[in-house]
Design a protein around this ligand. Structure first.
Ligand code: NAG
Ligand code: NAG
Ligand code: NAG
Ligand code: NAG
Ligand code: NAG
Ligand code: NAG
Ligand code: NAG
Ligand code: NAG
Length: 390
């Protein structure tokens, strides 16, 4: 390419997006704080996903190379930090427990580690090891356990009742968070299995997104946090909306890169719209400094770095997927906000307390999920820069 064309292209992409992003030192500190702080089941599952997207993108569902993964990993593609989470989880699991982590209040959160467990199975060096495969299929069985007919038939014919089964049996209530914990695991399981059983699981994953949206979305275009159970949180919690958008995005990418993608075109179209509905509405409430409020449409709440990071990551990914750059300026402002809110040790500041949902983290406390969201944002921004330079 003649140099001036190159220069012009560089100049035009600079208008679209700053080349900035986080320095390698900053991001490796963020990663170290994530690895040392993630402990709850969903934190471990989210950490495994973030480490995959950040360090081993070829294995993540955002790349066509995800299906199938290589049968054996090597030194340069070893996913050791991701597999470590799977190995620890499976080795601690009592043999009587179907969920990957026993004795959790939530039936759904342990499933978030399922993708890492499936990867550990698929790439295991010793083919005689069945522990990972059994653990993953036990977790799936647990999720599907109380659906009295084939998942496919049940869901297409008895929607409302299925919704209530999932609501009451699985979680006790519907929460937006579920969309990141369960459907991506079911979809990944289905994409690896292939065949009619695999296709049925891909459909279940999509249907769970659809049913949860039906239960939680309201006329604002945002999702309520928790509904239909013993307790409710009707607020448009930022992190809940971010979990929902990011979970649907993983299902969308899994469908798109599975060998059966062509049979799920309408599902892909719908997921795309449902994700864009959340991102478009959320950024319409963005603060001048790039942040979003903890309750997206409630300026009386407080700016929250966690949901801002996760929604920005979804926004970069979606722009590269749809070629629609409308929301990139919002994501760029959010990225700048996040960069300004990482301390020298690599902790994300100004996060919501992920256990109370509605108060800021106390001084000296941090959000493990927020740490993961920064890695997801960095990975998405890196992929976006790659898309721009195409
Ligand atoms: C930062 O890390 C990336 C990816 O590992 C690498 O390509 C790049 O050279 C690094 N940059 C610096 C300044 O070390
Ligand atoms: C880590 O998780 C385990 C099991 O879920 C729990 O028993 C333990 O209290 C947690 N540790 C911390 C520091 O939260
Ligand atoms: C490691 O495995 C990946 C995926 O199979 C492959 O693309 C890559 O070339 C391998 N690297 C080496 C050094 O063998
Ligand atoms: C896995 O890859 C990481 C990063 O490239 C490297 O630091 C580590 O030594 C590798 N581990 C093994 C067991 O090869
Ligand atoms: C585990 O991996 C093998 C391939 O090595 C595959 O045939 C099997 O279906 C996998 N199990 C699950 C639950 O994905
Ligand atoms: C993947 O998604 C892109 C963007 O929506 C679409 O153009 C493409 O047809 C999809 N591919 C498959 C195989 O579904
Ligand atoms: C996609 O969404 C449209 C509009 O809400 C709906 O009519 C259609 O049934 C959905 N398609 C699938 C496969 O769920
Ligand atoms: C985006 O552009 C690429 C090529 O530039 C194309 O392959 C892809 O289908 C486009 N996606 C959509 C959703 O238009």
């Amino acid at each position: 390419m003649v140099p001036w064309v190159n220069g012009l292209l560089l100049a035009s992409s600079a208008l679209v997006s700053p080349q900035g992003g986080m320095s390698n030192t900053t991001i490796s500190n963020v990663r170290a704080r994530l690895v040392e702080s993630a402990n709850a089941s969903w934190e471990l599952g989210t950490a495994a996903q973030a480490l995959t997207e950040y360090s081993w993108p070829a294995l993540s569902v955002f790349e066509a190379s995800a299906f199938p993964p290589p049968p054996h990993l090597n030194a340069s593609l070893n996913a050791s930090d991701v597999l470590q989470i799977a190995v620890k989880t499976v080795s601690r699991k009592p043999s009587t427990s179907l969920p990957l982590i026993a004795g959790q209040g939530s039936a759904a959160d342990p499933a978030s580690i399922g993708v890492a467990v499936l990867l550990a199975n698929w790439t295991r060096p010793d083919a005689s090891v069945t522990a990972f495969s059994k653990a993953a299929s036990g977790q799936l069985e647990h999720l599907l356990h109380n659906v009295p007919r084939s998942p496919e038939g049940a869901i297409s014919h008895r929607q409302d009742e299925v919704q209530l089964w999932w609501v009451d049996v699985l979680y006790g209530y519907t929460t937006a968070d579920y969309v990141y914990m369960v459907p991506p695991f079911i979809a990944y399981y289905g994409a690896l299995q292939g065949g009619s059983g695999g296709r049925a699981l891909l459909q279940v994953a999509y249907d769970q997104c659809r049913l949860y949206r039906n239960a939680l979305r309201d006329s604002s275009g945002l999702w309520r946090h928790i509904a239909l159970g013993k307790w409710q949180d009707n607020s448009h919690w930022g992190t809940g909306n971010a979990w929902a958008a990011a979970g649907m995005l993983r299902v969308l990418q899994t469908l798109n890169h599975s060998s059966d993608a062509r049979m799920f075109m309408e599902q892909q179209t719908n997921l795309t719209q449902w994700i864009q509905e959340i991102t478009t509405t959320s950024w319409s409430y963005q603060n001048r400094d790039g942040s979003l409020f903890n309750v997206i449409d409630a300026p009386s709440s407080f700016p929250d770095a966690s949901s801002t990071a996760l929604l920005a990551s979804v926004t970069y990914r979606m722009a590269a997927f749809t070629n629609d750059t409308t929301l990139i300026p919002a994501a760029d402002k959010a990225l700048t906000f996040i960069q300004n809110n990482i301390d020298e040790k690599g902790w994300l500041q100004n996060t919501v307390d992920p256990y109370t949902f509605h108060t800021p983290s106390k001084a000296g406390e941090h959000s493990p999920e927020g740490q993961a969201f920064v890695l997801l944002l960095h990975a998405a921004h890196t992929a976006w820069l790659k898309w721009l330079s195409k």
